[in-house]
Write a protein that binds this ligand. Structure first.
Ligand code: NAD
Length: 433
């Protein structure tokens, strides 16, 4: 099948590459000329495990190409996925300007029947608005499908290749047939394709992210109470996770969720609730708890030094909002570092993949170390903010040798407290005794 994917970011690049891998001819379109030029040269703008091999193979076999020519891509394609960004506006609602401008451009380029599929996370009612914009430009037939994407950065290729479910929202049997054919290779192991109406599909995505964000904030709030009452959140977590009605995912306390999805999608759903006079009171609390969590972590650091951070130096592991991505959108590391800087501290940071992003955000206001040990040279404390795998079993003697003072603030509870203290560290973690 000939497919166009418009918006070649974390989602579009994975979606396009995976559809090419299953034999389709895919053109990935972006209006960022540098990004497209880099991709044509084989330079991949994001870190995502497994993606470079997929892109290389499918470009070589001429099933995958990159372009800035949206109209050309639309004309040659039967199915058009839109995967442009929908960032937060100042009100908290989703910014749909890219979605709408792409809709108009698709309408202008129409030359035959097309299936137009929204992959971006968009508020309920957006597909109908897109349909109206396309219709304004053309009288040719097309069908709209809402097909929200559930991949996780860091495991995106695997998630797309082996989805838990595919949600297709449309009232067109013709469009559903085409998409079922397209997705057939990905659901051979029995994952369901759920066909619903468009508004329901749009809602499923927000409900999923809101629920996962709620679990994290719930556990963070429980961890705060554990600290206050002298309970151990690790054991509480295991105690509830063993309950088959609850399960273990997304129950780890920490410095709060970040990234390009949970923060913006919870805010957007709160805005949708207000718009429809149905306040999302749980989500408002989820967001408030999350906002406090990074500040709570940094306040513990400040308290340890009696609010005297002038001249103190901290090593920060790491910058990305979660492991296995270079994405720093809404990363907890940002407010943590900013607050320490305003208190007069100096920061050395290390991240396995997000150093370029970190430099773009902090510039020369912080130092960037070539590895996690150099990051700690002369440090008064290590701040563990992102739990990359390589941090889990480090050489603690080397860490101690590099630091001015052996203090660890563990924002992800990755170390065992007794062990760390036996090694001579002062150790703080989240919600543990
Ligand atoms: N990142 C995730 O993990 C994830 C998961 C599921 C869903 N989503 C949703 O998917 C959408 C895309 O997310 P992302 O993380 O890939 O964003 P992104 O910012 O990484 O990528 C968006 C891309 O769209 C391009 N773009 C913007 N306007 C354009 C236009 N007019 N024409 C062509 N290209 C244009 C940008 O240059 C950029 O490359 C969002 O709605 C997001 O909420 C993201």
């Amino acid at each position: 099948m000939n497919i166009a994917v418009i918006g070649t970011g974390y989602v579009g690049l994975v979606v396009g590459s995976c559809f090419a891998e299953s034999g389709n001819d895919v053109v990935c379109v972006d209006n960022n000329e540098k990004k497209v030029a880099d991709l044509k040269k084989g330079m991949i703008p994001i870190y995502e495990p497994g993606l470079p091999e997929l892109i290389e193979r499918n470009v070589r076999d001429q099933r995958l190409s990159f372009s800035t020519d949206l109209a050309g891509a639309v004309k040659r394609s039967q199915v058009i996925f839109t995967a442009v960004g929908t960032p937060t506006t100042t009100s908290g609602a989703a910014d749909l300007s890219a979605v709408y401008s792409v809709a108009t451009a698709i309408g202008k380029a129409m030359n035959d029947y097309k299936v137009i599929v929204t992959k971006s996370t968009v508020p309920v009612g957006t597909a109908e608005a897109v349909q109206a914009l396309v219709q304004k430009e053309t009288s040719l037939p097309f069908d709209m499908v809402s097909n929200p994407e559930f991949l996780k950065q860091g495991a995106a290729v695997d998630d797309f290749m082996r989805p838990d479910r595919i949600v297709l929202g449309s009232c067109s049997p013709r469009a559903i047939d085409i998409l079922q054919e397209l997705y057939a290779p990905f659901v051979r192991t029995g994952s369901p394709i759920q066909v619903v109406d468009i508004r329901t599909a749009e809602m499923v995505k927000y409900a999923a992210n809101a629920f996962l964000a709620s679990r994290i904030s719930f556990m963070n709030e429980i961890s705060n109470l554990c600290e206050a009452v002298g309970a151990d959140v690790d054991m509480v977590r295991k105690g509830i996770a063993a309950d088959s009605r609850i399960g273990s995912a997304f129950l780890f306390p920490g410095v709060g969720y970040g990234g390009s999805c949970f923060p913006k999608d919870t805010r957007a759903l709160i805005q949708t609730g207000l718009q429809y006079s149905t306040p999302m009171r749980i989500l408002e609390a989820v967001e408030a708890v999350n906002g406090d969590q990074a500040i709570r972590f940094v306040n513990r650091v400040i308290r340890h030094y009696n609010d005297k951070l002038d001249g103190k130096r901290f090593g920060v592991w790491a910058l990305s909002f979660k492991p296995k991505t270079n994405d720093m959108r809404d990363a907890p590391a940002i407010p943590i570092i900013e607050r320490l800087l305003t208190k007069g501290a100096s920061i050395s940071a290390y991240d396995p993949e997000a150093m370029d992003e970190g430099k773009r955000i902090f510039g020369s206001r912080i130092e960037f170390a070539p590895n996690n040990y150099d990051c700690l040279t002369g440090a008064d404390a290590l701040l563990l903010v992102t739990e990359w795998q390589e941090f889990r079993n480090p050489n603690f003697e080397r860490i101690k040798g590099a630091m001015r003072n052996p203090i660890i603030f563990d924002g992800r509870n990755i170390f065992e407290a007794g062990h760390i203290r036996n090694l001579g560290f002062t150790y703080y973690s989240i919600g543990r005794k």
